[in-house]
Design a protein around this ligand. Structure first.
Ligand code: T3D
Length: 265
Protein backbone atom coordinates (compact mmCIF):
# COMPACT_ATOMS: atom_id res chain seq x y z
CA UNK A 1 0.00 0.00 0.00
CA UNK A 2 1.51 3.41 -0.96
CA UNK A 3 2.20 6.01 1.73
CA UNK A 4 0.31 9.29 1.41
CA UNK A 5 2.48 12.21 0.20
CA UNK A 6 2.42 15.25 2.55
CA UNK A 7 1.50 18.71 1.36
CA UNK A 8 0.96 21.96 3.25
CA UNK A 9 -2.52 23.57 3.02
CA UNK A 10 -4.13 20.36 1.82
CA UNK A 11 -4.43 16.94 3.41
CA UNK A 12 -3.85 13.94 1.18
CA UNK A 13 -4.89 10.53 2.35
CA UNK A 14 -5.04 7.20 0.52
CA UNK A 15 -7.13 4.29 1.82
CA UNK A 16 -8.85 1.34 0.15
CA UNK A 17 -8.13 2.63 -3.36
CA UNK A 18 -9.59 6.08 -2.59
CA UNK A 19 -7.41 9.21 -2.44
CA UNK A 20 -8.97 12.06 -0.46
CA UNK A 21 -7.77 15.62 -1.01
CA UNK A 22 -8.97 17.88 1.82
CA UNK A 23 -8.59 21.62 1.33
CA UNK A 24 -7.24 22.66 4.68
CA UNK A 25 -7.49 26.36 5.53
CA UNK A 26 -10.73 26.15 7.50
CA UNK A 27 -10.36 29.60 9.13
CA UNK A 28 -10.47 31.09 5.59
CA UNK A 29 -13.22 28.74 4.35
CA UNK A 30 -10.43 27.01 2.40
CA UNK A 31 -9.84 30.06 0.19
CA UNK A 32 -7.31 29.00 -2.42
CA UNK A 33 -3.73 30.25 -2.49
CA UNK A 34 -1.13 29.67 -5.20
CA UNK A 35 0.61 27.19 -2.89
CA UNK A 36 -2.66 25.33 -2.41
CA UNK A 37 -3.54 25.00 -6.09
CA UNK A 38 0.04 23.78 -6.75
CA UNK A 39 -0.35 21.18 -3.98
CA UNK A 40 -3.69 20.05 -5.44
CA UNK A 41 -2.10 19.69 -8.86
CA UNK A 42 0.77 17.64 -7.38
CA UNK A 43 -1.74 15.44 -5.53
CA UNK A 44 -3.70 14.88 -8.76
CA UNK A 45 -0.48 13.90 -10.56
CA UNK A 46 0.10 11.30 -7.83
CA UNK A 47 -3.48 10.08 -8.36
CA UNK A 48 -2.82 9.73 -12.11
CA UNK A 49 0.45 7.82 -11.60
CA UNK A 50 -0.50 5.49 -8.77
CA UNK A 51 -2.43 2.42 -9.91
CA UNK A 52 -3.55 1.74 -6.33
CA UNK A 53 -5.64 4.92 -6.48
CA UNK A 54 -8.89 4.17 -8.31
CA UNK A 55 -11.12 7.03 -7.12
CA UNK A 56 -10.48 10.57 -5.86
CA UNK A 57 -12.55 12.58 -3.36
CA UNK A 58 -12.11 16.34 -2.95
CA UNK A 59 -13.58 18.02 0.12
CA UNK A 60 -13.01 20.91 2.52
CA UNK A 61 -12.02 21.04 6.19
CA UNK A 62 -14.37 22.87 8.52
CA UNK A 63 -17.60 24.53 7.45
CA UNK A 64 -16.64 25.48 3.88
CA UNK A 65 -15.74 23.59 0.71
CA UNK A 66 -13.75 26.51 -0.72
CA UNK A 67 -14.39 30.27 -0.87
CA UNK A 68 -12.36 30.50 -4.11
CA UNK A 69 -9.29 32.60 -4.71
CA UNK A 70 -7.85 34.01 -1.49
CA UNK A 71 -8.61 37.68 -1.96
CA UNK A 72 -5.70 38.82 0.18
CA UNK A 73 -3.33 37.00 -2.18
CA UNK A 74 -5.13 38.27 -5.29
CA UNK A 75 -4.13 41.77 -4.21
CA UNK A 76 -0.45 40.69 -4.15
CA UNK A 77 0.31 38.99 -7.48
CA UNK A 78 4.07 38.98 -8.32
CA UNK A 79 5.41 41.98 -10.21
CA UNK A 80 4.79 41.75 -13.94
CA UNK A 81 2.16 39.04 -13.54
CA UNK A 82 -1.31 39.60 -14.90
CA UNK A 83 -4.31 37.82 -13.47
CA UNK A 84 -4.37 35.87 -16.76
CA UNK A 85 -0.83 34.61 -15.99
CA UNK A 86 -1.98 33.57 -12.52
CA UNK A 87 -4.91 31.65 -14.03
CA UNK A 88 -2.86 30.01 -16.77
CA UNK A 89 -0.22 28.81 -14.27
CA UNK A 90 -2.69 27.82 -11.57
CA UNK A 91 -6.39 27.11 -11.91
CA UNK A 92 -6.29 26.29 -15.62
CA UNK A 93 -3.78 23.50 -15.00
CA UNK A 94 -5.70 22.26 -11.99
CA UNK A 95 -9.08 22.13 -13.75
CA UNK A 96 -7.57 20.43 -16.81
CA UNK A 97 -5.83 17.87 -14.58
CA UNK A 98 -9.23 17.02 -13.04
CA UNK A 99 -10.87 16.84 -16.46
CA UNK A 100 -8.11 14.66 -17.92
CA UNK A 101 -7.67 12.29 -14.95
CA UNK A 102 -8.92 8.89 -16.14
CA UNK A 103 -10.28 8.05 -12.70
CA UNK A 104 -13.53 9.19 -11.11
CA UNK A 105 -13.47 12.35 -8.98
CA UNK A 106 -16.21 13.01 -6.41
CA UNK A 107 -16.57 16.45 -4.82
CA UNK A 108 -17.91 16.05 -1.29
CA UNK A 109 -19.35 19.55 -0.98
CA UNK A 110 -19.54 20.11 2.75
CA UNK A 111 -20.24 23.87 2.71
CA UNK A 112 -19.93 26.94 0.54
CA UNK A 113 -18.23 26.56 -2.86
CA UNK A 114 -17.51 30.02 -4.29
CA UNK A 115 -15.56 31.41 -7.25
CA UNK A 116 -12.65 29.12 -8.12
CA UNK A 117 -13.90 26.80 -5.34
CA UNK A 118 -17.09 26.44 -7.36
CA UNK A 119 -14.86 25.76 -10.38
CA UNK A 120 -13.18 22.88 -8.54
CA UNK A 121 -16.52 21.43 -7.41
CA UNK A 122 -17.99 21.62 -10.93
CA UNK A 123 -14.90 20.05 -12.51
CA UNK A 124 -15.41 16.88 -10.44
CA UNK A 125 -17.28 14.04 -12.15
CA UNK A 126 -19.92 13.89 -9.43
CA UNK A 127 -20.95 16.12 -6.56
CA UNK A 128 -22.50 14.88 -3.33
CA UNK A 129 -23.63 17.87 -1.29
CA UNK A 130 -24.37 18.28 2.38
CA UNK A 131 -27.70 20.00 2.98
CA UNK A 132 -25.50 22.81 4.39
CA UNK A 133 -23.68 23.26 1.05
CA UNK A 134 -24.17 26.29 -1.16
CA UNK A 135 -22.84 27.38 -4.52
CA UNK A 136 -21.83 31.02 -5.01
CA UNK A 137 -20.57 32.24 -8.39
CA UNK A 138 -18.77 35.01 -6.54
CA UNK A 139 -16.90 36.43 -9.52
CA UNK A 140 -19.42 39.13 -10.50
CA UNK A 141 -19.76 40.33 -6.90
CA UNK A 142 -16.15 41.57 -7.19
CA UNK A 143 -16.56 42.70 -10.80
CA UNK A 144 -14.90 39.67 -12.38
CA UNK A 145 -15.92 37.35 -15.20
CA UNK A 146 -15.95 33.57 -14.54
CA UNK A 147 -12.74 31.54 -14.56
CA UNK A 148 -11.56 28.11 -13.38
CA UNK A 149 -13.76 26.46 -16.01
CA UNK A 150 -17.00 27.74 -14.50
CA UNK A 151 -18.22 29.20 -17.82
CA UNK A 152 -17.68 25.76 -19.42
CA UNK A 153 -19.05 23.50 -16.71
CA UNK A 154 -21.93 25.58 -15.34
CA UNK A 155 -23.78 25.95 -18.62
CA UNK A 156 -23.34 22.27 -19.42
CA UNK A 157 -24.78 21.26 -16.06
CA UNK A 158 -27.47 23.92 -15.57
CA UNK A 159 -28.12 25.20 -19.12
CA UNK A 160 -27.05 28.54 -20.64
CA UNK A 161 -29.92 30.68 -19.29
CA UNK A 162 -29.40 29.58 -15.68
CA UNK A 163 -25.62 29.85 -16.08
CA UNK A 164 -25.98 33.43 -17.27
CA UNK A 165 -28.39 34.31 -14.49
CA UNK A 166 -26.12 32.92 -11.78
CA UNK A 167 -22.92 34.38 -13.22
CA UNK A 168 -24.44 37.80 -13.92
CA UNK A 169 -26.10 38.14 -10.49
CA UNK A 170 -23.77 36.11 -8.24
CA UNK A 171 -26.84 34.66 -6.53
CA UNK A 172 -26.20 31.96 -3.93
CA UNK A 173 -27.73 28.55 -4.76
CA UNK A 174 -28.52 26.34 -1.79
CA UNK A 175 -28.10 22.56 -1.91
CA UNK A 176 -31.73 21.62 -2.65
CA UNK A 177 -31.95 24.11 -5.53
CA UNK A 178 -28.59 22.88 -6.83
CA UNK A 179 -30.09 19.40 -6.96
CA UNK A 180 -33.08 20.55 -9.03
CA UNK A 181 -30.69 22.40 -11.38
CA UNK A 182 -28.56 19.30 -11.93
CA UNK A 183 -25.53 20.88 -10.28
CA UNK A 184 -25.25 18.05 -7.75
CA UNK A 185 -26.01 14.34 -7.90
CA UNK A 186 -27.34 14.00 -4.37
CA UNK A 187 -28.02 16.03 -1.23
CA UNK A 188 -27.57 14.31 2.11
CA UNK A 189 -27.78 15.41 5.76
CA UNK A 190 -24.50 17.01 6.89
CA UNK A 191 -23.77 14.19 9.32
CA UNK A 192 -24.24 11.58 6.54
CA UNK A 193 -21.97 13.25 3.96
CA UNK A 194 -18.76 11.44 4.82
CA UNK A 195 -20.35 7.98 4.91
CA UNK A 196 -22.39 8.57 1.72
CA UNK A 197 -19.29 9.75 -0.15
CA UNK A 198 -17.16 6.92 1.25
CA UNK A 199 -19.68 4.31 0.15
CA UNK A 200 -19.82 5.71 -3.39
CA UNK A 201 -16.04 6.19 -3.56
CA UNK A 202 -15.38 2.61 -2.40
CA UNK A 203 -17.88 1.31 -4.97
CA UNK A 204 -16.16 3.25 -7.76
CA UNK A 205 -12.69 2.22 -6.50
CA UNK A 206 -13.73 -1.43 -6.79
CA UNK A 207 -15.05 -0.92 -10.31
CA UNK A 208 -13.36 -1.50 -13.69
CA UNK A 209 -11.13 1.57 -13.41
CA UNK A 210 -9.98 1.59 -17.04
CA UNK A 211 -13.57 1.27 -18.27
CA UNK A 212 -14.56 4.17 -16.00
CA UNK A 213 -11.63 6.23 -17.30
CA UNK A 214 -12.59 5.50 -20.91
CA UNK A 215 -16.19 6.45 -20.07
CA UNK A 216 -14.93 9.80 -18.79
CA UNK A 217 -12.89 10.31 -21.96
CA UNK A 218 -15.91 9.48 -24.14
CA UNK A 219 -18.18 11.90 -22.25
CA UNK A 220 -15.57 14.66 -22.33
CA UNK A 221 -15.12 14.22 -26.08
CA UNK A 222 -18.86 13.97 -26.76
CA UNK A 223 -19.38 17.36 -25.07
CA UNK A 224 -17.59 19.18 -27.88
CA UNK A 225 -17.92 17.17 -31.12
CA UNK A 226 -20.55 16.12 -33.68
CA UNK A 227 -22.54 12.89 -33.27
CA UNK A 228 -20.52 11.25 -36.05
CA UNK A 229 -17.26 12.10 -34.29
CA UNK A 230 -18.64 10.96 -30.92
CA UNK A 231 -19.68 7.63 -32.44
CA UNK A 232 -16.23 7.14 -33.89
CA UNK A 233 -14.58 8.04 -30.56
CA UNK A 234 -16.86 5.56 -28.74
CA UNK A 235 -15.68 2.86 -31.13
CA UNK A 236 -12.05 3.76 -30.37
CA UNK A 237 -12.70 3.64 -26.60
CA UNK A 238 -14.41 0.28 -26.94
CA UNK A 239 -11.42 -1.11 -28.84
CA UNK A 240 -9.34 -0.29 -25.75
CA UNK A 241 -11.92 -1.41 -23.17
CA UNK A 242 -12.44 -4.80 -24.77
CA UNK A 243 -8.76 -5.65 -24.24
CA UNK A 244 -8.83 -5.02 -20.47
CA UNK A 245 -8.64 -7.79 -17.88
CA UNK A 246 -11.66 -6.26 -16.17
CA UNK A 247 -13.76 -6.74 -19.31
CA UNK A 248 -12.78 -10.41 -19.41
CA UNK A 249 -13.52 -10.74 -15.69
CA UNK A 250 -16.92 -9.03 -16.11
CA UNK A 251 -18.00 -11.44 -18.84
CA UNK A 252 -16.60 -14.48 -16.98
CA UNK A 253 -18.36 -13.46 -13.75
CA UNK A 254 -21.65 -13.03 -15.64
CA UNK A 255 -21.36 -16.49 -17.19
CA UNK A 256 -20.44 -18.04 -13.83
CA UNK A 257 -23.30 -16.17 -12.10
CA UNK A 258 -21.01 -14.56 -9.49
CA UNK A 259 -20.09 -10.95 -8.63
CA UNK A 260 -17.10 -9.67 -10.67
CA UNK A 261 -13.74 -9.03 -8.95
CA UNK A 262 -12.41 -6.04 -10.84
CA UNK A 263 -8.75 -5.12 -10.33
CA UNK A 264 -8.53 -1.94 -12.40
CA UNK A 265 -6.33 -3.65 -15.01
O1 T3D B 1 -5.85 35.58 -9.33
C1 T3D B 1 -6.69 34.85 -9.89
O2 T3D B 1 -6.35 33.71 -10.30
C2 T3D B 1 -8.10 35.33 -10.02
C3 T3D B 1 -9.02 34.22 -9.77
C4 T3D B 1 -10.21 34.43 -9.21
C5 T3D B 1 -11.07 33.28 -8.95
C6 T3D B 1 -12.02 33.53 -7.81
O3 T3D B 1 -12.23 32.61 -7.05
S1 T3D B 1 -12.77 35.04 -7.68
C7 T3D B 1 -13.86 34.83 -6.29
C8 T3D B 1 -13.13 34.89 -4.96
N1 T3D B 1 -14.01 34.55 -3.88
C9 T3D B 1 -14.88 35.41 -3.38
O4 T3D B 1 -15.00 36.54 -3.81
C10 T3D B 1 -15.70 34.95 -2.20
C11 T3D B 1 -15.48 35.84 -0.99
N2 T3D B 1 -16.16 35.29 0.15
C12 T3D B 1 -17.48 35.41 0.33
O5 T3D B 1 -18.20 35.99 -0.45
C13 T3D B 1 -18.02 34.80 1.58
O6 T3D B 1 -16.97 34.60 2.49
C14 T3D B 1 -18.74 33.45 1.33
C15 T3D B 1 -20.06 33.69 0.60
C16 T3D B 1 -17.86 32.49 0.55
C17 T3D B 1 -19.06 32.80 2.71
O7 T3D B 1 -19.70 33.75 3.54
P1 T3D B 1 -19.82 33.47 5.12
O8 T3D B 1 -20.65 34.57 5.68
O9 T3D B 1 -20.27 32.08 5.34
O10 T3D B 1 -18.33 33.54 5.70
P2 T3D B 1 -17.43 34.85 5.94
O11 T3D B 1 -17.66 35.35 7.33
O12 T3D B 1 -17.59 35.81 4.83
O13 T3D B 1 -15.94 34.22 5.82
C18 T3D B 1 -15.32 33.55 6.93
C19 T3D B 1 -13.87 33.98 6.95
O14 T3D B 1 -13.23 33.57 5.74
C20 T3D B 1 -13.75 35.51 7.00
O15 T3D B 1 -12.58 35.81 7.75
P3 T3D B 1 -12.72 36.48 9.23
O16 T3D B 1 -13.56 37.71 9.09
O17 T3D B 1 -13.40 35.43 10.05
O18 T3D B 1 -11.31 36.75 9.63
C21 T3D B 1 -13.51 35.88 5.56
O19 T3D B 1 -12.81 37.08 5.38
C22 T3D B 1 -12.67 34.70 5.08
N3 T3D B 1 -12.81 34.52 3.62
C23 T3D B 1 -13.91 34.13 2.96
N4 T3D B 1 -13.67 34.10 1.65
C24 T3D B 1 -12.39 34.48 1.49
C25 T3D B 1 -11.83 34.78 2.75
N5 T3D B 1 -10.57 35.19 2.89
C26 T3D B 1 -9.83 35.35 1.77
N6 T3D B 1 -10.32 35.07 0.52
C27 T3D B 1 -11.56 34.66 0.35
N7 T3D B 1 -12.01 34.35 -0.91
Amino acid sequence: MPSSPRFETILFDIAEGVATITLNRPDRLNALTTQMSKAMLAALKTCARDDHIRCVVITGAGRGFSAGQDLTELAHTPDGWTVGDHLRHGYNRLILAMHDLEKPIIAAVNGVAAGAGLGVALAADMRIASEKASFVPAFISIGLAPDSGVSWHLQRLAGPARAFELLATGRKVKAEEALTMGLVNQVVPAEALEESVNALARQLAQGPTRGIGLTKRALNRAATVSLAEALDYEAQMQDIAIRTQDHREGVQAFLEKRPPQFTGA
